[in-house]
Design a protein around this ligand. Structure first.
Ligand code: ACO
Length: 326
C-alpha cells in the first residue's frame, strides 16, 4: 500500500509588523484587552509585492526547494484562500504563473480557515488514486484587505501570511497522511461571513450589502469552534485507532489562545506538545496551519515516524482534523 508523504514545507510572511499598540490609534482598543482575550501581540500586513498569490508563490517556492522538486514537476497546485485579489483567475492560477509550474493544473478551495486541511485531504486522495502525482497545497491570505478597520471586534484578530507543503507518494506504507475527518455546516453561515462586491443584477443583489469584509459573531464562533474541533479530533483518533498519547505534536488552527486553551482542556491534551505562534501572526485563516507546520518542521520539532495531528475551524462553518505519520 502506498502512502502520501510531505516532501517539503515553506512559509512566507509580509515584512510589515502591526502591533497591538499600532491598533490603538486605529480603533478604540488596547494591548492588554487584545492580548488577554486573544493571545495576539503582532500580526503581519501585506504591502507592495505581497499580494496573496505573491506570498503564496514565495511559500510554495520554499517548499519546492526543501523537497528538491522543480516547479515543472508539479501536477497540481491547490490554494486555500478567501482573500485573493481577483475572483477570476484563481489565486492558484496566479501561483502557477509565478512559479512556472507549466505542467500543473490549478484551482482554489474556499473553505476559509480549513482550506489547507481540505486541500491536504484532496491531495492525499489524488495521490492514492493516481499514483505518481506531485501536488503543491498552499494556504494563503491577505485578510488585511478584507477587514472593516472600524470594527474592533474583528480587525484585531487577523493577519496576512502563506504556508505550503509539497505532497508526493511513498512506497513506505508506514508513513504519510493517515486520514482526515472533515465537516461543514452551511446552516451557520451567518455567524462568520464575507460578501462579494455588489451584484450588477439588481434582482440578485443582497439587501444592504456592506461590502467584502469579515462579519462575525465572536462569542458564537468561539463556542462552535471549540466543540467542533474537539469532536473532529476525537472522531479521527477513534477512526484511525490512534491514542492521544502517541501524538508527538499537535498543530491546531491559530485562531486565538483562549480557543486553543479551551480545546486542550476538553481534550485533556498536554500544552507542551502543542505548537502555538498566534502571538506573532494573529489568525491567518487558511495559512495558519501550514505556516505553523513549516515553522515546527524547520525547528526540528518532529522526526521521521512521528505522528502529527492538525485541526482547523472556519467560516462556512468548515472544520476538520488530519493525522500525518511523518
Ligand atoms: N478592544 C476593546 N474592547 C473590545 C474589543 C477590542 N478590540 N472588541 C470588543 N470589545 C468590547 C466589546 O464591545 C464588549 O464591550 P461591552 O461589554 O461594553 O459591550 C466587551 O469588549 C466584551 O465583548 P465580547 O465580544 O463579549 O468579548 P469576548 O470575551 O467574547 O471576546 C473575542 C471577543 C475575542 C472576539 C471572542 O469572542 C473570540 O475569541 N471569538 C472567536 C472569534 C475568532 O477567533 N474568530 C476567528 C475566525 S473563526 C476561527 O478562526 C476559529
Amino acid at each position: 500500500m502506498m502512502g502520501t508523504v510531505i516532501l517539503g514545507t515553506g512559509s512566507s510572511l509580509p515584512k510589515r509588523i502591526m502591533t497591538n499598540k499600532d491598533l490603538e490609534v486605529i480603533v478604540d482598543t488596547d494591548d492588554e484587552w487584545i492580548f488577554s482575550r486573544t493571545g495576539i501581540r503582532n500580526r503581519r500586513i501585506g504591502g507592495a509585492g505581497e499580494k496573496t498569490h505573491q506570498i503564496a508563490a514565495d511559500a510554495g517556492r520554499k517548499a519546492l526547494e526543501m523537497a528538491g522538486i522543480l516547479p515543472e514537476e508539479l501536477d497540481l497546485v491547490v490554494v486555500g484562500t478567501i482573500s485573493s485579489h481577483m475572483l477570476m483567475p484563481s489565486c492558484a492560477c496566479f501561483v502557477q504563473k509565478e512559479l512556472g509550474a507549466v505542467n500543473a493544473f490549478a484551482y482554489d478551495i474556499n473553505a476559509a480557515c480549513s482550506g489547507f486541511i481540505y486541500g491536504m485531504d484532496m491531495a492525499d486522495k489524488y495521490i492514492r488514486s493516481e499514483n505518481q502525482k506531485k501536488i503543491l497545497v498552499i494556504g494563503a491570505e491577505t485578510l488585511s484587505g478584507r477587514l472593516n478597520w472600524k470594527d474592533r471586534n474583528t480587525c484585531i484578530l487577523f493577519g496576512d501570511g502563506a504556508g505550503a507543503a509539497v505532497f508526493g507518494h511513498s512506497n513506505d506504507s508506514t508513513r504519510g497522511v493517515v486520514g482526515s475527518n472533515l465537516h461543514s455546516d452551511g446552516r451557520l453561515w451567518r455567524l462568520l461571513h464575507m460578501h462579494t462586491a455588489p451584484s450588477t443584477n439588481p434582482d440578485l443583489e443582497v439587501p444592504d450589502n456592506p461590502g467584502a469584509h469579515i462579519i462575525m459573531e465572536g462569542r458564537e464562533v468561539f463556542k462552535y469552534a471549540v466543540k467542533a474541533m474537539e469532536d473532529s479530533v476525537c472522531a479521527l483518533l477513534k477512526q484511525e485507532n490512534i491514542s492521544m498519547d502517541s501524538i508527538k505534536l499537535f498543530i491546531p488552527h491559530q485562531a486565538n489562545i483562549r480557543i486553543l486553551k479551551n480545546l486542550l482542556e476538553r481534550l485533556q491534551f498536554p500544552e507542551e506538545k502543542v505548537f502555538v505562534n498566534v502571538s506573532d501572526y494573529g489568525n491567518t485563516s487558511a495559512a495558519s496551519v501550514p505556516i505553523a507546520l513549516d515553522e515546527a518542521n524547520r525547528q526540528g520539532l518532529f522526526a521521521r515516524g512521528d505522528t502529527i495531528l492538525l485541526c482547523s475551524f472556519g467560516g462556512g462553518f468548515t472544520w476538520g482534523a488530519s493525522l500525518i505519520k511523518w
